[in-house]
Design a protein around this ligand. Structure first.
Ligand code: NAP
Length: 469
């Protein structure tokens, strides 16, 4: 660890930019130091222990806090909030300087105010800018900044904010202006969030998985056990391959149900300018994640289906069937309707799965950024509904006339594929009603700004509001 790290500095030292002071020689301060040097800045560290440190870049100076602050107009405070007290003692040295608060907390709402606002209170004579807290020391050092290239910046001092945004650009990062220092709390919450958009889809998926699992265990394993037939081995493949398609289809339908609800609400209210209920807003915002979870279950269903012919129980059943035919000297006649049914079932499944994948791929940022809004809507809405129709058809053909057979209702429980069809059928029926020309025209008018109360299109609202369904 004692060896010095050589920094590939910008080739032309004559173009060297301003001096930057970094308070704190810890992990983040050090990483920022290396990055600033690479970007052509001079770096001066302000530390409680000035002097040489083998971990710090050789090209940087390490001085006391006061000496370092005197030499620079921009100071990065790479110190935890709990230690901001030492800044009070620096007094006049910080007058008129730009202090960049890069700090994060351990949990959301740890303090009533944001760290940046607290810093502004501790050093009222300086301009405080919040920035760089969403970038990690590891990403800065490894150069692996693809996922965190965006840097949120906010401050009450516009000039200082612009200066820091230029500095961020010079580092090869993308600044995003978040306005005044009030936004600091929101910016400080970003790194603490744990997959916020995935929580609802994953918990919905987990809940449905448990329910369908219990339903299958009762209807297959326990029902057969009561009748002295042990089929507990169903747990590994048979039941899993019931859960995946059933939950996948339910989740796919749940992606389209909120859009249908939203259209009904707009029709009922006769305007698009009143807010949807919070639960609907949250539901609509996580449709992409819901769709991706549904796609992962569809993948599992495809894989589990492919292994069916190599399962021991299936091979045994097939062998016994053939042996019995030989013993009884009978041959099962070729049934054309069965062949049609089986091929239709497979074709609908394959096509549904193909469009499912197309939907998943187009929801990836790199792909969705490359298509315009109309193309994106076409894929997600038109192809999405086509996928839902194909997958619903796949489940219906699978069930065929089984819903008419009483022996399929074990303990009066309908077969699980029937449960899978409930939400998709509701969505498709409601959607069919919404595309009836007289209803569709009304929704289109509402979405273009028409309001029932005024009876005409509100031009001003049209310009300022847009609600995407
Ligand atoms: P760290 O490794 O613990 O370093 C903090 C530095 O603060 C120390 O090296 C020390 O520098 C200084 N310090 C400690 N106690 C002090 C005191 N009582 N008075 C004055 N200075 C004191 O922490 P870090 O990981 O570098 O994080 C620094 C800040 O950056 C934190 O606010 C953190 O939330 C933020 N941040 C970190 C990361 C990351 O990936 N690590 C990412 C984004 C934001 P001297 O010994 O030189 O005085």
């Amino acid at each position: 660890m004692g060896t010095k790290v050589m920094i590939p500095l910008c080739s032309d030292f004559s173009e060297k930019r301003d001096k930057i002071c970094i308070f704190g020689t810890g992990d983040f301060g050090r990483s920022l130091g290396y990055k600033f040097l690479q970007s052509g800045y001079s770096v001066i560290f302000g530390s409680r222990n000035p002097g040489e440190s083998s971990l710090l870049p050789r090209a940087a100076e390490v001085l006391s806090h006061t000496e370092a602050a005197q030499k620079c107009s921009v100071i990065i405070v790479a110190v935890h909030r709990e230690h901001y007290g030492f800044l009070k003692e620096l007094g006049d040295v910080l007058q008129g300087k730009i202090l960049v608060d890069v700090s994060n907390n351990l949990k959301i709402n740890q303090y009533p105010d944001s760290n940046a606002e607290y810093l502004a209170q501790v050093v009222p004579m300086a301009s405080v800018v919040k920035a760089l807290n969403t970038v990690s020391a590891w990403a800065l050092q490894s150069g692996n900044l693809d996922a965190s290239r965006q840097v949120f910046v906010c401050s009450d001092d516009n000039k200082a904010k612009q200066q820091i945004m230029d500095m961020v650009r010079a580092m090869g990062l993308t600044p995003q202006d978040k306005g005044s220092l009030v936004a600091a709390k929101e910016i400080e919450d970003y790194p603490l969030q744990l997959f916020p958009m995935w929580r609802l889809p994953v918990s919905t998926c987990a809940g449905l998985t448990v329910l369908v699992f219990l339903y299958c265990v009762i209807g297959d394993i326990i029902y057969n056990a009561v009748k002295d037939k042990d089929v507990s081995y169903y747990l590994m493949v048979t039941i899993a391959n019931r859960i995946f398609p059933v939950v996948s289809l339910m989740l796919l339908a749940l992606c389209y149900l909120p859009g249908v609800f939203a259209a009904i609400i707009q029709l009922y209210r006769g305007t698009k300018y009143s807010r949807f209920p919070d639960w609907l807003d949250r539901w609509m915002l996580c449709r992409k994640q819901l769709g991706l979870v549904a796609l992962s279950y569809a993948f599992l269903h495809a894989i589990y289906t492919l292994v069916i012919p190599i399962r021991y129980s299936v091979r045994h059943r097939t062998e016994m069937f053939i042996i019995n035919q030989i013993k009884q000297n009978t041959t099962r006649a070729f049934e054309k309707p069965l062949a049609w049914r089986s091929d239709t079932y497979l074709a609908l499944g394959i096509l549904g799965f193909f469009f499912y994948i197309v939907l998943g791929i187009t929801s990836l940022p790199s792909v969705s950024n490359a298509v315009n809004w109309r193309e994106f809507r076409f894929v997600q809405s038109k192809l999405g509904y086509l996928t839902l129709v194909l997958c619903t058809g796949h489940a219906m053909v699978f069930g065929w006339n089984r819903f008419l057979l009483l022996e399929r209702y074990k303990w009066y429980m309908p077969p699980v594929y029937m449960l899978a069809l409930v939400i998709p059928c509701i969505v498709l029926i409601l959607k069919l009603m919404l595309v009836i020309p007289c209803i569709d025209t009304k929704i289109t008018k509402i979405r273009q700004g028409w309001e029932r109360s005024s009876g005409k299109t509100s031009e001003t609202k049209l310009k300022t509001c847009s609600v995407a369904l």
